[in-house]
Design a protein around this ligand. Structure first.
Ligand SMILES: [Zn+2]
Length: 267
């Protein structure tokens, strides 16, 4: 298979932290094997569900530092991950409950609280790794108005949601297209995410940048792990890239995007 230098593959592990330590280890080993090294990003949750404070876990901090030293990009990924806001409005309530199983922490936060959690998460991770975070990704990729305003103020280099990666400071979009991800929390969601991933493997071939995101829960379902392997193999002829590479876009010639074929929901 010849390398297509005009197209990129970005891979990330979500929900990294002491809460899902063994599952994250398993995913990191698996990806490293299939990508010929630690060529992926990690999305770090500072205190998942208020149950697993990274600040109080020196052993996990040391592990994060080793991964970072080895080249893994670290994103701040919320603070608690869980949505503990009181949502006003039908659409907001629907999104919060149905799309995320209550994991959209930044959907209902006001600007000030969002700024505070973003800054705290960033400082914690940067103090641990000794280098700047790559950016911020809201839990479940869901941003309320307060979170979007806060992102501009927090001055992260990058942010992403289901459909785009952008520079918060300018709003400039640096990658478009749906992220390929899997849902593990129920049989029907597993089945629909397997179908979505299969469609994406074909439908996103023309996309300039393809993103693949895996979650700790994926490790419980062998069919999901097989599907992840299949997706990685389908896009393995691309340049496996860092998110930061998107900020140097001119090195990749423009290609016609495949468009938004597949969208699935995961946290
Ligand atoms: Zn998450």
């Amino acid at each position: 298979m010849s390398l297509d230098r005009t197209r990129r593959l970005l891979v990330s592990i979500h929900d990294v932290g002491p809460k899902f330590g063994p599952q994250v280890d398993q995913l990191a080993d698996r990806l490293a094997e299939r990508l010929d090294g630690l060529r992926f990003a990690m999305l770090v949750v500072p205190n998942h569900w208020g149950e697993a404070p990274l600040a109080g876990d020196p052993a996990y901090q040391a592990k994060l530092r080793r991964w970072s030293d080895a080249g893994v990009e670290m994103f701040a990924h919320g603070w608690y991950h869980r949505d503990d806001s009181c949502h006003r409005g039908t659409l907001a309530r629907f999104k919060a409950r149905r799309m995320t199983a209550g994991e959209g922490e930044f959907l209902g936060l006001g600007r000030n609280e969002a700024v505070r959690r973003m800054a705290d998460g960033r400082k914690l991770i940067e103090d641990i790794t000794g280098r700047p975070v790559a950016g911020f990704v809201a839990p479940a990729w869901l941003y309320g108005d307060g979170a979007r305003q806060a992102l501009v103020e927090a001055n992260f280099a990058l942010a992403e949601d289901h459909m785009t990666v952008w520079r918060p400071a300018t709003g400039a979009v640096v990658a478009k297209g749906p992220v390929i991800t899997w849902a593990s929390r129920s049989g029907p969601r597993i089945a629909s995410s397997l179908i979505a991933a299969r469609l994406a493997r074909v439908g996103l071939q023309r996309q300039r940048v393809v993103r693949i995101a895996v979650h700790p829960g994926d490790t419980r379902v062998p069919r999901l792990l097989d599907s992840i392997d299949g997706a990685l193999a389908s896009f393995r002829n691309r340049v496996v890239s860092r998110y930061a590479d998107l900020l140097k876009a001119p090195c990749l010639p423009a290609a016609k995007d495949g468009g938004g074929l597949v969208r699935s929901t995961q946290v």
